[in-house]
Design a protein around this ligand. Structure first.
Ligand code: GLN
Length: 493
């Protein structure tokens, strides 16, 4: 058993009580990362040992003096490599940023550091967060700790794998269309995408700015709530940040779902959904009914339009956001060129991977005059209708539950050859991003291959508390399961 097998809140408690030192926690974390990386490839950058131990001593002092009292003080965590970290390489898993060391940190990262959490490294991901498998990284694919022949999901696959393999206590991910929830489901951990505007996007390298949020990837619901309390805040540096006052999420975890109204979209349970996932999700609904919740099926409508609308909007925004990577100010620049135009062309041709180029081309096409109305505007209208459908549903229900993904973790190498099929796999997650809703993914069972199955719970905008309440109550009915890499021999090295 390693300290990294504990939840972040359990570890934080031991540190506060004095039974575990911050240095001890950090050393154990670095040891776990070193031991398991060859199997998971979850990290792009591991923290520099000298620097991180110095930081551990500072945090220890602040804990001892009573200056730091929060639940995460002294707890090591990992940051998805699309969030800026001052003085630490931040690549977005792309060649084009392979030499980028930011001189500032993302607000969410800064908040955690202020709370005494300690950065253990930067996690691997799909290049620019575009993907569902964490295989498009310039630094090679991430492997799933439950079965290293399988993908961990994406794009926050490194964050999910690092937590599932107990390389670290918790991690930050980002979710533009499911990138926290889906890898959490594939790796048997818990991931939370907050309401749009809750967590500052300052310092998050933009993919599709109107859809994405930073959120926790953690071992359980309590850890998600604890991390959310730290990172949720108004930030004048993000113009879409919303002032929600002092966040209070942990107090929602009371295990009581009596009378909670649960809606289950009928349209989610089609032939495209794996029967074992289908059964596990419906069994979870039954369990919540046994606890006194009221659950019923309803017609959500427009479900089939969510993926096309999402991919048009996300690609359109990506094509604009990624225009800044041109080899001029920072990042990779092609070595051999004649004149400015060729420098741009070669830098971007050599610097971006195939999936990123596909999105830039798709987005530029959707935004071009002549096609703007037919694609981009239509997608925006569809987005508005999807939001209306959810507004109507939340008049009747406190939460909506369903699957996270149609299948469990696929084999490595099997998904990228058919991008459309891969995009369709995002069917259950993208709607929450289009409508700005909060959503959690937590384990609800395992399939016949022993792979984790995720349950998704979504709430109305700014109703994180109902989501957390429902998720916590359900979690209490299950024994927490650990991946073979978390409790395997590697853990004792
Ligand atoms: N799979 C989706 C995409 O490729 C979601 C990615 C994300 O949430 N960052 O766009």
């Amino acid at each position: 058993m390693s300290l990294m097998d504990l939840t972040a809140v359990e570890l934080g408690k031991k540190i506060k009580e004095g039974s575990v030192g911050v240095r001890e926690a950090v050393k154990d974390c670095l040891k776990q990362i070193r031991a398991k990386e060859a199997k998971t490839n979850a990290f792009i950058t591991q923290a520099d040992e000298t620097g991180v131990l110095k930081r551990a001593d500072e945090v220890q002092k602040a804990v001892d003096s009573g200056e730091l009292t929060g639940p995460l003080a002294g707890v090591p965590f990992a940051v998805k490599d699309n969030m800026c970290t001052k003085g630490i390489l931040t690549t977005c898993a792309s060649k084009i940023l392979s030499n980028f060391v930011p001189h500032y940190s993302a607000t969410a990262v800064e908040k955690l550091e202020k709370a005494g959490a300690i950065i253990a490294g930067k996690t691997n991901m799909d290049e620019f967060a575009m993907g569902s498998t964490s295989e498009t990284s310039y630094y090679g694919p991430v492997k799933n700790p439950w079965d290293t022949d399988r993908v961990p999901g994406g794009s926050s696959g490194g964050s999910a794998a690092a937590v599932a393999a107990s390389e670290v206590s918790f991690a930050l991910g980002s979710d533009t269309g499911g990138s926290i929830r889906q890898p959490a489901a594939y790796c048997g951990v818990t991931g939370f995408k907050p309401t749009y505007g809750t967590v500052s996007r300052y310092g998050l390298i933009a993919y599709a700015s109107s859809l994405e949020q930073i959120g926790p990837v953690a071992k359980d619901v309590t850890d998600c709530a604890a991390v959310l309390e730290v990172i949720s805040s108004y930030d004048s540096k993000d113009s879409t940040s919303f002032n929600r006052g002092v966040p209070d999420f942990i107090s929602a975890l009371d295990g009581d779902v009596k009378g909670l109204r649960i809606g289950i979209p009928k349209d989610y349970f089609t032939d495209d959904l794996d029967p074992e996932v289908n059964a596990a999700v419906l069994a979870a609904a039954d369990r919540m009914k046994d606890m006194g919740a009221l659950a019923e099926f309803f017609d959500l409508s427009l479900v089939e339009y969510a993926v096309p609308a999402y991919y048009i909007i996300a690609s359109a925004e990506a094509s604009s956001n990624l225009s800044r990577f041109d080899g001029v100010k920072y990042g990779y620049r092609a070595g051999d060129y004649e004149g400015l135009h060729q420098m741009y062309k070669r830098t971007r041709s050599e610097g971006f991977g195939e999936e990123v180029k596909r999105r830039i081309m798709l987005g530029s096409f959707a935004l071009s005059s002549g096609y703007y109305d037919a694609y981009y505007l239509k997608a925006l209208r569809t987005k508005a209708l999807i939001k209306q459908a959810f507004d109507k549903a939340f008049e009747k229900y406190d939460v909506i539950i369903g699957p996270v993904a149609p299948v469990t973790a696929p084999k490595l190498g099997g998904s990228l050859s058919d991008p459309i099929k891969m995009y369709l796999g995002d069917i259950y997650t993208v709607a929450a991003n289009l409508a700005g809703l909060p959503g959690i993914s937590l384990p609800c069972g395992r399939d016949s291959n022993g792979l984790p199955i995720g349950l998704q719970i979504m709430g109305d905008c700014f109703n994180e508390r109902s989501v957390l309440k429902a998720a916590f109550a359900f979690e209490q009915t299950r024994k927490q399961e650990k991946s073979p890499l978390a409790c395997g021999k590697e853990a004792e090295v």
